[in-house]
Design a protein around this ligand. Structure first.
Ligand SMILES: N[C@@H](CCC(=O)N[C@@H](CS)C(=O)NCC(=O)O)C(=O)O
Length: 211
């Protein structure tokens, strides 16, 4: 298997971390979604990362779809989402907000860093910021004081939350400042949960690159 994409992408990173946890060997093709666009388009018709090339040549894109496949390769015992529909529903909801938060954090940078400053659409940026704060609030409320969101062991919901938090802390830490009473405690549980995950071997093996 070959995983394409850089580890500064929270989506590539959540797949790389899961691969470490499963203990599945993979090659890492570190190309940029922007600077190596032609190479990426040849691999994934959407020109996006992550993309996972299977040994038979098929390519799966989108981190959640890749992880759905990998959970099945790893087998029921090692899957990072439980099978029980009711438990799974709660964790899918958590994972959905965490992955969506990462998407909004990336979109914020696309709107503010990649656009010429006189072309920035401020109302759109304001909407993205509101979505980021709302998602952070939602996740903070549902993150335990200690341990994992997924129960006894780490799961996809935990990984998605931790990589989103690390991305935001690395790129736009101002999002994490409590403001307007949105979150009085400064997202303390979310930060502690991410810090705890980042200390695990699977996270340290595929670290978020320093700026
Ligand atoms: N929902 C997707 C998001 C993937 C995504 O947005 N990747 C970014 C890099 S962080 C990308 O490839 N952007 C290039 C583009 O959209 O043109 C996933 O979970 O894989």
């Amino acid at each position: 298997m070959i995983l394409t994409g850089q580890l500064d992408s929270p989506f590539v990173r959540r797949v790389a971390i899961a691969l470490q946890i499963y203990g599945l060997p993979f090659e890492h093709n570190v190309i940029s979604a922007y600077d190596d666009f032609d190479e990426l388009l040849a691999l994934n018709p959407l020109g996006k990362v992550p993309a996972l090339r299977l040994d038979d040549g098929r390519v799966i894109a989108d981190s959640t779809l890749i992880l759905d496949y990998l959970d099945r390769v790893a087998g029921q015992e090692n899957a990072l989402l439980p099978d029980d529909a009711s438990v799974r529903a709660g964790l899918l909801a958590h994972m959905g907000v965490a992955v969506g938060l990462a998407e909004k954090a990336v979109e914020f940078r696309t709107e503010t860093v990649r656009r010429p400053s006189d072309k920035v659409d401020q109302p759109r940026v304001g909407r993205i910021l509101a979505q980021i704060v709302s998602a952070l609030d939602w996740l903070e409320e549902r993150t335990p004081q200690e341990g994992f969101v997924s129960g006894d062991g780490i799961g996809h919901a935990d990984i998605a939350s931790a990589v989103a938090m690390t991305f935001i802390a690395g790129k736009n830490p101002e999002h994490l400042e409590a403001r307007r009473g949105d979150c009085q405690n400064g997202f303390k549980k979310l930060k502690a949960h991410a810090a705890c995950c980042e200390m695990m071997d699977a996270f340290r093996a595929v670290p978020f690159p320093p700026a």
